[in-house]
Design a protein around this ligand. Sequence first.
Ligand code: NAD
Length: 343
Amino acid sequence: MSTYLVTGGAGFIGSHLGDSLLASGHRVICLDSFSDSYDYRVKMRNILPGGLPDSLAALSDKEEALAKLKRSLPSERYRLETVDLRDSEALERIFESECIDAVIHLAALPGVRASIEQPLLFDDVNVRGTLLLLETMRKAGVRKWLCASSSSVYGHNEKVPFSESDPVDTPISLYAATKKSCELMGYTYYHLYGIDGMMLRFFTVYGPRQRPDLAIHKFARLIDQDREIPFYGDGTTKRDYTYVEDVVAGIRGALDYVEKHESVYEVLNLGNSRTVSLTEMVDGLESALGKKAILQRLPAQPGDMEMTCADIGKARRLIGYEPRTSFEEGIRNFVRWYGGRSS
Ligand code: NAD
């Protein structure tokens, strides 16, 4: 049994990763501030797959609810730390309190548009927070980590599919710039202190528990409520949608790799390598929900990329990564989850 610290462990991807690590018999320390990026009750539900007890759902005070949540965790091997990544003393206490084998760093403020509105906050959480984490790991002697990066670092890359060896020095949103900064700091700590790491570039992850601000979830909600969906541009922008279970399998493969190898610094695409246009995505949702969408046509947004598409050859070669879920199946699973939520 290993002990893993998962930052952002109550979020969309982090909670699925926590489930997977627990199912393999490991110990999970979930560090999450339950930030205001979206409703903290959604995150509480993420880590209690059996559902949120009524006594918790009814509480309107966040602190009280989080304190109670700590008494109904999914396993004895699961520890919840409701702290902010930027609280260096709290971080140090966690690292001093038990022997951590590796860190999977997923905590961040996500979202291209939100980062354009709040650049200083994004820098503080995503860049300074990551640096504090690396410093604390260094002091505690933890030498293995994975860090969530993003396809957004490819900016206006015109060469498709995107390869890890493509130049990525033109981020077109502050969010992308913070993710590139994390990759750079990862390299520096590898070079200076031998902290082995893989920087994982996720490509538009979707599936059950998807963040409510992400397009598939937002559109499903609006279609369901017979409301207009904001449809930016002409519908030809394309995304490499990657199913969350495939991403978790990729994270597990990367974890295995950094744990088994010495002197590792790698950047890895974890995508699906198949693009779906905005129009096709809406069509897919319409057929899974059995309802027509009402489109509110809007101009393309600044910071939005025309297309994302991952070259996953390196991930296949290094960690045996192989996404298995078709978009049709993934959307069906998402809609099944969406329809079955307790609220
Ligand atoms: P998420 O928002 O659901 O999860 C992030 C978690 O981090 C949240 O639970 C949040 O409360 C926590 N958090 C935020 N600020 C914190 C802080 N200061 N201290 C402690 N915890 C904090 O997002 P997600 O979609 O699960 O994304 C996970 C990671 O993957 C992020 O780093 C994101 O940038 C990256 N990523 C996600 C996608 C995607 O499509 N979902 C794509 C590319 C990259």
